[in-house]
Design a binder for this molecule. Structure first.
Ligand SMILES: [Zn+2]
Length: 415
């Protein structure tokens, strides 16, 4: 399965937050997952059936609400000949807006990954599990177990461990049989071990080089052999570079793969954080430079730098929660864009036009999440976009000290 970009993950997370908030007063919120290969007319007959079943719902209000939600989905389905590339999801229903009132909401979502199962749910909240599953990290790690007897190669994909190769050696044990000179025996053993490591090195390198997007490789095994194998460069240098660390495991066969994953789990979590930390450290180092600094921060400066095409890496705090809001005067067509927080947006009232004496307040014509707006600009000029989470000192400082928006520049700017 493909991996989502940070941006896609962020957008999906936000969408899920929004959907989570909708609560029905009864079981009257419909979630409908349509996989890409599903025929629209099949979906329609399914809905027709649900429609007639729903007429048996005891509560009049609930029945009315469910029926109108189904009707709404059916009418929207008419716009589609086939489902989009990844399928689509309808979230439709009357959500509670307090004091006995409800309001009909409709979300049609084309998910960033394909929907695998057709699903219809009617409940008091939207059914979000398949969407949440898309957020689970699909990162790929290489797993290698080695000692003088066995070598096992595997992959960790998300939570799934895959065995790719299992090899056994003919390297004799440490102790010689009677009759042979101990010294000669040891020499032969070392030659056999070396040959075994060469063979493993080649096989393992071939396997890992043929897998795309390996984020890192973990090496396990009992005793010092694994470290020796790594240190003596038996692996291709590109594979060698991806080794994150070695871990002790009791087994070097398929059982050992699970052991290795458990042993390395903390390191895996730290990898993501450390990548973010590294970026932030680079930024913080640039900040302290008095001359030729490549750091830029704050909404307006970063915006300028983006417009000049000068941003190499854009750093955005995951917790920004701000919107760019476009306001328009209906008298003189004056347009103004302002930034407001998510909290303020709830009961936001546009101001009067500052240009003319128009009697009406300005009109809110568009709102866009700041992260989306800045990411769009950055993608246009080919910058990297990194969404930085809270929880590390560096990530927190981006949010609290730099307005959640910063950048590392391609060249120094005089802003
Ligand atoms: Zn005006």
């Amino acid at each position: 399965m493909a991996e989502l970009t940070q941006r896609q993950k962020y957008d999906l997370k936000r969408k899920i937050e929004e959907l989570k908030e909708a609560k029905g007063r009864h079981t009257e919120l419909i979630s409908l997952y349509i996989p890409p290969n599903k025929q629209i007319h099949d979906v329609n007959s399914y809905l027709k059936n649900e429609y007639s079943q729903s007429q048996n719902i005891k509560s009049k209000t609930t029945m009315k609400n469910v029926l109108s939600a189904i009707e709404s989905i059916m009418s929207r389905l008419k716009q589609f000949k086939n489902p989009p590339e990844n399928g689509m999801i309808f979230f439709v229903g009357h959500k509670s807006v307090g004091a006995d009132k409800t309001e009909m909401v409709t979300f049609v979502i084309e998910p960033p990954l394909p929907i695998t199962t057709f699903l219809y749910r009617c409940d008091s909240s939207f059914y979000l599990k398949p969407l949440l599953d898309m957020l689970v990290e699909k990162e790929i790690y290489g797993l290698l177990l080695i000692d003088r007897r066995e070598c096992t190669v595997g992959l960790l994909k998300g939570n799934r461990v895959e065995l790719l190769k299992y090899l056994t050696s003919h390297v004799p044990g440490k102790h010689g049989r009677g009759g042979q000179s101990q010294r000669r025996f040891e020499r032969l053993t070392e030659i056999a071990a070396h040959e075994w490591f060469v063979k493993c090195g080649e096989t393992v390198s071939d396997i890992f080089q043929s897998v795309e997007n390996i984020q890192g490789i973990f090496v396990g095994g009992p005793g010092p052999t694994k470290q020796y194998f790594v240190d003596e460069n038996y692996l291709h240098y590109e594979v060698q570079d991806k080794i994150v660390d070695t871990f002790d495991t009791g087994y070097t066969d398929e059982f050992g793969l699970r052991e290795l994953v458990t042993a390395a789990s903390e390191t895996m979590t730290n990898l993501k954080i450390s990548k973010e930390k590294k970026l932030m450290k680079r930024f913080l180092k640039e900040i302290t430079k008095t001359k030729g600094s490549l750091a830029v921060y704050g909404e307006s400066q970063v915006l300028k730098a983006l417009e000049m095409g000068a941003v190499e890496t854009l750093l955005l705090s995951e917790n920004l929660r701000k919107y760019r809001v476009k306001l328009k005067c209906n008298g003189c067509n004056f347009i103004k864009t302002i930034t407001i927080t998510e909290d303020d947006l709830e009961d936001f009232e546009p101001p009067k036009c500052p240009k003319c004496n128009h009697s009406e307040n300005m009109e809110l014509v568009k709102k866009i999440d700041v992260i989306d707006e800045y990411s769009d600009l950055a993608e246009k000029i080919g910058s990297n976009v990194e969404i930085i989470s809270l929880g590390s000192e560096e990530g927190d400082s981006l949010y609290s000290a730099f307005d959640g928006i910063a950048g590392i520049l391609r060249y120094p700017l005089d802003l």
